[in-house]
Design a protein around this ligand. Structure first.
Ligand code: NAG
Ligand code: NAG
Ligand code: NAG
Ligand code: NAG
Length: 586
């Protein structure tokens, strides 16, 4: 038995040695790179070997000989008789990214380990927020793009208008399989560097996708309305039609327009245009257009260059000042284009001031009067305002020093007194008589106030020759002092002469008519009696008138004082006179 056993061992040893010597790899797998999805063949040839051939992936046996039933994408191909055991991997996947080894068990040989590298293209890149990224004007834009599950990790570039944008920041994460990676890239764009409507592309590429895969986003910059308010046709004259146009750019679109003038909303105007008949107020009260979208509103205001003639701002006030003090008048005008102001005294061409203010220093009584403030807007208009200056001082009397009356009739002496403040007292004195008011014998004193001043009238009935011999002293007092006028009464010849001449002419006419029929004696008598008749008639008439006017005087004075209260600028003397004559005709 012993020799049998030993010969069996010898035989086995021989066989083993035989196999060991002859079985060698003529082809072994080498390191390979393949793009996922592509087939790959790992070669393994052991000519003459008939034993078990084993493929291992990362140290794990895949199956014996040609049976790789657990791996549907795997096949052993090649001519078996030539000892070919090539491993064909159809449609490579990431799992195939491993170390492969081919082993001939009986021959106890193994191939060198071969690294199969499988490249995987990234998934389609995704930009966060795509396809449209909205942001508000002035905001920084952060764009994030991720390209997942790539091997090697995808690299990401950003492209705008065909140009690569720099400055993106990226990071990579390894997937659970330990092989693929995801890449995230963030692009920071400053507000000034972006425009609405722009398209930005994220391109991810790696060795498996050398041309890259793209994702594109459109930028939508939202902003409150940007408004441009234009005024058509400027400058314009008052009364012209002006069109306002409110041009607005807004994203999202405009919801509504609102118009205002001088802070007040204009009703019934809701479009982007507003047409108005402009007046001076458009110069000072600006027109505004307010445009609203969901992000907010924008309000633009425009003044209109309306040309208008002077308009009174502050009215100058008439003044009453004591002599020696200052008088200051103020008159404010507005006008467009700029106006010039001229202060003058009425009746004098001298320009006193070109400012709003007229200052008269240390006024004297002769400065009293009317002052005019005139404003001129060249080629547009003129405005004027009159004020009066009253100077408080002693009275001044301006009367003709010789007044006339008819002998035997009612006569009057008038004393015109200018006085501010009004006279406290007015007295007439002649001979030994002093009369301030009322009636004393044949004399009556009446005082009337008019716009021009105070008129004191001394009336004497039935003038006697002595009345022509004396002097009449009219004196007026006020708190500042007094003034006196000495007036003489002269016999009025003119009327008497006129009567004589008139009668003479009449007589001459009569004489002419009666020529040749009457004697010279007759003529003389007729003349005398006619003259006397006319005289009587005149006296009679005057007498009636005097009575009437005395009654009437009180009424007239009432009327005058009423008119003083109400009217300020009208000439009071006129209505008085017309009232008088109306009365007379009754
Ligand atoms: C964009 O990124 C910057 C820097 O990381 C950050 O300060 C900013 O808040 C981000 N802006 C937005 C809109 O996400
Ligand atoms: C506003 O409109 C006018 C006229 O259309 C134009 O000349 C001007 O440049 C515009 N202004 C702005 C700020 O858009
Ligand atoms: C625009 O603003 C002005 C000033 O604040 C205001 O007076 C006006 O009323 C506003 N316009 C509108 C249409 O609200
Ligand atoms: C006139 O009258 C006033 C007051 O009665 C008197 O002071 C003055 O001396 C008189 N003047 C003359 C010239 O008589």
């Amino acid at each position: 038995l012993k020799p049998l056993v030993s010969s069996l061992i010898m035989c086995c040893t021989f066989l083993y040695e035989l196999l060991n010597c002859s079985a060698v790899f003529t082809q072994q797998p080498t390191d390979l790179v393949v793009v996922a999805g592509q087939p790959v063949t790992l070669p393994c040839s052991i000519p003459g070997y008939n034993g078990m051939v084993l493929w291992l992936r990362d140290g794990m046996a895949l199956g014996v000989n040609r049976d790789l039933s657990g791996y549907p994408r795997y096949d052993i191909i090649g001519d078996h008789r030539k000892g070919e055991y090539h491993l064909l991997i159809q449609r490579t996947e990431i799992q195939d990214d491993a170390v492969f080894e081919c082993q001939a068990i009986q021959a106890a040989i193994r191939s060198r380990p071969a690294h199969l590298t499988v490249f995987v293209a990234p998934d389609n890149p995704v930009i966060v927020g795509a396809p449209v990224v909205s942001l508000q004007a002035g905001d920084q834009l952060n764009l994030t793009c991720h390209a997942d599950s790539a091997k090697p990790a995808a690299s990401i570039i950003w492209i705008r208008n065909g140009l690569v944008l720099n400055g993106a920041v990226y990071s990579k994460t390894l997937l659970r399989d330990g092989k693929r990676e995801s890449t995230v890239s963030t692009l920071y764009l400053l507000p000034h560097n972006i425009e609405s409507g722009q398209q930005i592309t994220c391109r991810a590429s790696n060795k498996a996708a050398p041309n890259g895969k793209d994702a594109t986003v459109t930028i939508d910059i939202q902003h409150p309305p940007i408004v441009n308010l234009t005024v058509e046709r400027q400058p314009v004259l008052e009364g012209s039609v002006v069109k306002f146009h409110c041009a607005a750019k807004a994203n999202p679109p405009v919801i509504y327009y609102r118009w205002a003038k001088g802070g007040y909303v204009i009703p019934d105007v809701s479009g982007d245009t507003y047409e108005a008949l402009v007046d001076y107020s458009f110069f000072t009260e600006p027109v505004s257009c307010e445009v609203t979208n969901i992000l907010g509103n924008t309000n633009i205001t425009r003044n209109v260059d309306v040309y208008f003639g002077p308009r009174m701002g502050a009215e100058p006030q008439s003044l009453q000042v004591d002599q020696g003090s200052d008088a200051v008048f103020n008159c404010a005008w507005t006008g467009n284009p700029s106006l010039t102001i001229v202060w003058m005294k009425r009746g004098s061409g001298v320009v006193l001031s070109n400012k709003n203010t007229l200052t008269l220093k240390g006024v004297r009584q002769e400065d009293a009067g009317k002052y005019v403030c005139r404003a001129v807007v060249p080629r547009v208009g003129v405005g004027e305002k009159e004020v009066s200056l009253t100077v408080n001082g002693p009275p001044t009397i301006s009367s003709t020093q010789t007044q006339q009356a008819l002998y035997g009739e009612r006569g009057q002496i008038k004393c015109f007194i200018h006085s501010s403040p009004p006279p406290d007292r007015i007295a007439w004195s002649w001979k030994e008589t002093v009369l301030e008011s009322g009636t004393s014998g044949r004399y009556t004193v009446e005082t009337v106030s008019t716009e021009e001043g105070v008129i004191s009238t001394l009336t004497m009935s039935n003038i006697v020759p002595a009345d022509f011999q004396t002097i009449y002293n009219c004196t007026a007092w006020n708190s500042f002092g007094s003034d006196t006028e000495i007036i003489r009464l002269k016999e009025q010849e003119t009327l008497r002469l006129a009567v004589i001449v008139g009668v003479a002419v009449g007589a001459f006419l009569a004489l002419s008519i009666l020529l040749g029929t009457l004697s010279a004696f007759c003529c003389t008598r007729f003349h005398t009696s006619l003259k006397g008749g006319i005289q009587v008639e005149i006296v009679h008439k005057d007498h009636d008138a005097a009575q009437e006017s005395e009654e009437h005087m009180n009424i007239t004075q009432m009327m005058v004082s009423e008119q003083f209260d109400t009217a300020s600028n009208t000439d009071v003397l006129c209505p008085r006179l017309s009232g008088f004559s109306g009365m007379y005709s009754l």
